[in-house]
Ligand binder design. Structure first.
Ligand code: SF4
Length: 431
């Protein structure tokens, strides 16, 4: 039978979908990207639009594949616990994703529709283990689930529940397996990744130290970390462990203290500024990228200008700009002074312009420098890969994917760099 897994949303969902794919594959099912007998949709609910997209995908599958078995799981179900659709065979939330194969095979036997949801999230980390990540050069490893920050705009603590961590030994075993399977770069993911360990008497820096000892692992990337988690232990690990790449994605969300307080973020701008200063003392060329929400309720033109100014001062390498969107069930949805859409649109444009300007400034720091590039693809005598600080580099020649090469940067093309393989490297390659 053919199985199609459709993933929506974040890197944590990608990891879980990859795990589900491996379950079916190992059992002898055929994985496909087209017409299938079994569809599994891993939904997202981070914004109202993500909800709408999840529903659209499900409805499309139902329309096109009347007789298929359809499984819907994930955040959209948790956010709308009353969701039901007679054409969907199995409905599960964010627990039991690892049981999908078993649930589908039960359904194949007895044709009984099932909906599995739980009242609370007081639960253990749901173990999953992958040894491959199809069509990816870097592999994601989910180490943590849940968030207890309750930022005013975010539904995730209600859909993912309490913070819980994966057992350290299982993580180390998983990464060892991935490295043996030739993955050079691992990306640690979670809902609140830096909170790892708080429930199992260890810490995120401790885990990082252990992972860095793995032989054969070249690069360790952290998908995202909160500024409040860059404590002394973390900074110490960042100083010592060169395998941790010089790229941190640290969500700022607003560069105005009034808005940060209203958002229920756990820091103010002076704290953020001081931390970035320390990080840059440790790693002067580090790429610091961020997320900023524009048009949060009550954001005035002055507040937005504070954000623009602060973002410029922080010299982010890139800003992911999100217009605030009302998310039912959150505190911010009921706040007064919602910002009109046309103002949000205009502010988004101004912040994207700043992001482009900062990105170009950051990229140009690397002109005429030598960088290491992990090759991802090659086509028509051009290869593409990323540096440890996640700069996209275009190189002449068909280089072997999944190799790391030294490249001299010669040019910038839009938001990428262009370079050629260093002479020393060329000689080594011809031996
Ligand atoms: S830290 Fe805030 S924004 Fe991030 S998942 Fe938790 S509540 Fe949502």
């Amino acid at each position: 039978m053919k199985v199609r897994v459709i993933n929506l949303g974040c890197k944590v969902n990608s990891y879980e979908s990859e795990y589900v794919i491996s379950l079916f594959k190992n059992r002898g099912y055929e994985i496909t990207d087209s017409l299938a007998d079994i569809y599994i949709v891993n939904t997202c609910s981070v914004t109202n639009q993500s909800d709408a997209k999840s529903r659209k995908v499900i409805n499309h599958i139902i329309r096109e594949n009347k007789d298929a078995i359809i499984v819907v799981m994930g955040c959209m179900i948790e956010a709308h616990k009353d969701y039901d659709n007679p054409d969907v065979s199995i409905i599960i939330g964010n627990k039991d994703k690892s049981r999908v194969l078993e649930l589908v095979e039960d359904y194949l036997k007895n044709h009984e529709r099932k909906k599995l949801l739980y009242k609370d999230f007081d639960m253990e980390f749901e173990d999953m283990f992958i040894s491959n990540m199809e069509s990816h050069t870097r592999a994601f490893v989910k180490i943590q689930d849940g968030c207890e920050n309750f930022c005013a705009y975010c539904i995730i603590p209600y859909t993912r529940g309490k913070c819980r961590s994966k057992d350290k030994d299982v993580i180390l075993k998983e990464i060892n397996t991935l490295v043996k399977n030739n993955y050079k770069e691992i990306v640690l993911t979670g809902i609140h990744t830096g909170h790892y360990g708080s429930d199992i008497e260890t810490t995120f820096p401790e885990l990082l130290k252990e992972i860095c000892k793995i032989k054969g692992l070249e690069r360790l990337r952290i998908s995202s970390i909160e500024i409040t988690e860059l404590n002394d232990d973390f900074l110490d690990v960042l100083t010592r462990e060169k395998k941790i790449v010089s790229h941190l994605h640290i969500p700022l969300q607003a560069g105005c203290d009034k808005i940060l307080k209203d958002m229920n973020r756990k820091y103010l701008t002076p704290y953020f500024r001081d931390k970035l200063k320390v990080i840059r003392e440790i790693r002067p060329d580090i790429s610091i990228t961020t997320d900023i929400i524009v048009g949060f309720p009550g954001e005035t033109e002055e507040d937005f200008k504070d954000t623009l100014e602060f973002a410029r001062e922080m010299e982010f390498a890139k800003i992911h700009v999100f217009p605030y969107s009302v998310r039912e069930g959150t505190k911010a949805a009921t706040m007064p002074n919602q910002v009109p859409e046309y103002i949000k649109k205009e502010r988004v444009k101004r912040l994207i312009e700043l992001s482009n300007e900062l990105e170009i400034k950051y990229l140009e720091k690397f002109l005429n420098k030598e960088v290491e590039v992990l090759i991802e693809t090659n086509k028509d005598n051009t290869s593409i890969g990323h540096t440890p600080n996640y700069l996209k580099v275009i190189i002449d020649g068909n280089l072997e994917p999944n190799t790391i090469v030294k490249v001299k940067i010669t040019d910038r093309i839009d938001n990428s760099l262009k370079g050629s393989v260093c002479e020393c490297e060329k000689q080594e390659m011809t031996i």
